[in-house]
Design a protein around this ligand. Structure first.
Ligand SMILES: *Cc1c(COP(=O)(O)O)cnc(C)c1O
Length: 417
């Protein structure tokens, strides 16, 4: 993660001290680095080089409009999973021809919305979805470009909640049924088969499951080609992991892309990937302030003003995020701490068993929080959502203001008498 101490020992994002951001915008606050996003996207681009490709940023990782606009300007496409995300990417200036719609539960309304926008492709995940898409497209006198998401039945060896490419998962069409469904897609009105895809999971720290999935999808692609299908693209999904802990060694973006390009061999399909975490994850921190240090006979709790409603990954996946003091006080003794939030759940922790020397009022940075942080946040415990700030060199942009208490119940009403 790109946050480094300055000459005075204070943690900075690019050239801005985190304490200055806390002073100006309050805490909890998500802070992103523009340079880190530009750099990660550039690594994808550089690794594909001359090979025909499209990088589709997975919007669900972080859907802030400023991030979407930045990526659209860099030439990124977008992988969306809802009508809400479609509206966001269009508002951010995305070209419809760069939008791909994934997800197992697309409603008819979402299909109509995407057809009207003229998106590049629907990643279809089941037979009933294929039938619905055909009906919706026909009624709209439109043609939907279709790619089936194949479930290659490979083990991504990641957390079960973010593993999606095994036979028992709800995602994709089973490998052995895909051929039959492709033949059906060819017969149905309103559809045009343009590609094939898969997505096997998230936070993968090894290239071998990607290579295995590619091999399985390619064997199907070759069968389809033999049957006269003209596949224009192959979409390998997202899933490349990032480094949350020092000992983790996920493959570099370049190594991952080169594995895919090499696996494709002499085939001439356009290669697409849908990275989310590997673009936004290490571009953000969650800045929080210590409210209390509470010592019990058993433990030392560092109670901070951010909570599981702001960053749910530790509670949901038992995920590990580094927690660092914004200013290291060398003379303070460290002790074993539980970094927890104010929410009324024992699962409300941001970091367990951390060696920290902190006091009330100190600032902490929860690292690698740029992906699946703000986008998974909620208002649980009637907590307004955090502010979001984008740093660009020495400039600071507020890209989402902190929610107000009034926002929390603005849409609620008393029952009529
Ligand atoms: C979540 C998701 C992604 C992004 O995954 P990352 O691990 O963040 O790269 C891409 N494609 C689909 C279909 C997804 O569901």
């Amino acid at each position: 993660m790109r946050a480094a101490p300055d000459a005075g020992g204070e943690l900075c994002i690019e050239r801005v001290a985190l304490s200055a951001i806390a002073e100006r915008f309050g805490t909890p606050c998500y802070v992103y680095s523009k340079a880190a996003i530009v750099d990660a996207f550039g690594q994808y681009r550089a690794a594909f080089g001359e090979h025909a490709h499209l990088v589709l940023y997975a919007v669900k990782a972080n859907s802030n409009l400023a991030i979407l606009k930045l990526l659209a300007e860099l030439g990124s496409g977008f992988d969306i999973v809802s009508g809400g995300e479609l509206a966001r990417v269009l508002a951010a200036g995305a070209a419809p021809s760069t939008i791909v719609f994934s997800g197992v539960g697309k409603s008819s309304g979402e299909m109509r919305q995407a057809l009207a926008a003229g998106i590049h492709c629907f990643n279809v995940e089941s037979e009933p979805e294929l039938e619905r898409l055909s009906r919706v497209a026909t009624a709209a006198a439109a043609t939907a470009n279709v790619s089936l998401r194949v479930n290659p039945d490979v083990d991504a060896r990641t957390h079960p909640y973010i593993s999606t490419g095994l036979r028992q998962d709800k995602f994709g069409v089973p490998h052995e049924e895909a051929l039959v469904l492709y033949r059906k897609a060819r017969q149905l009105p309103g559809l045009r088969v343009t590609g094939i895809g898969c997505h096997i999971g998230s936070q993968l720290t090894d290239t071998s499951p990607f290579a295995a999935a590619l091999e399985r999808v390619l064997s199907l692609a070759d069968q389809l080609t033999a049957e006269g299908f003209q596949l224009e693209h192959l979409d390998l999904g997202g899933g490349l992991g990032i480094r949350y802990q020092a000992e983790e060694r996920p493959p570099a973006i370049g190594e991952y892309v080169r594995t895919l390009v090499a696996g494709l061999g002499a085939r001439r399909m356009r290669l697409m990937v849908e990275p989310g975490r590997s673009i936004a994850g290490n571009a953000g921190v969650l800045l929080t302030r210590v409210e209390y240090v509470k010592t019990t006979a058993e433990r030392c709790f560092v109670i901070v003003d951010a909570a599981m409603n702001d960053l749910v990954r530790p509670a949901l996946y038992d995920a590990w995020h580094d927690v660092r003091p914004v200013r290291v006080e060398p003379r303070r003794a460290s002790r074993l701490c539980q970094v927890v939030g104010p929410v009324c759940e024992s699962g409300d922790f941001l970091g367990r068993d951390r060696m920290l020397g902190v006091e009330a009022g100190d600032l902490l940075a929860v690292m690698s929080a740029g992906a699946y942080g703000m986008s998974m946040s909620s208002n649980y415990n009637s907590r307004p959502r955090a502010a979001e700030v984008m740093v660009d060199g020495e400039r600071v942009h507020l890209v989402r203001s902190r929610e107000t208490i009034a926002d929390l119940f603005a849409r609620e009403a008393f029952m009529a008498r």
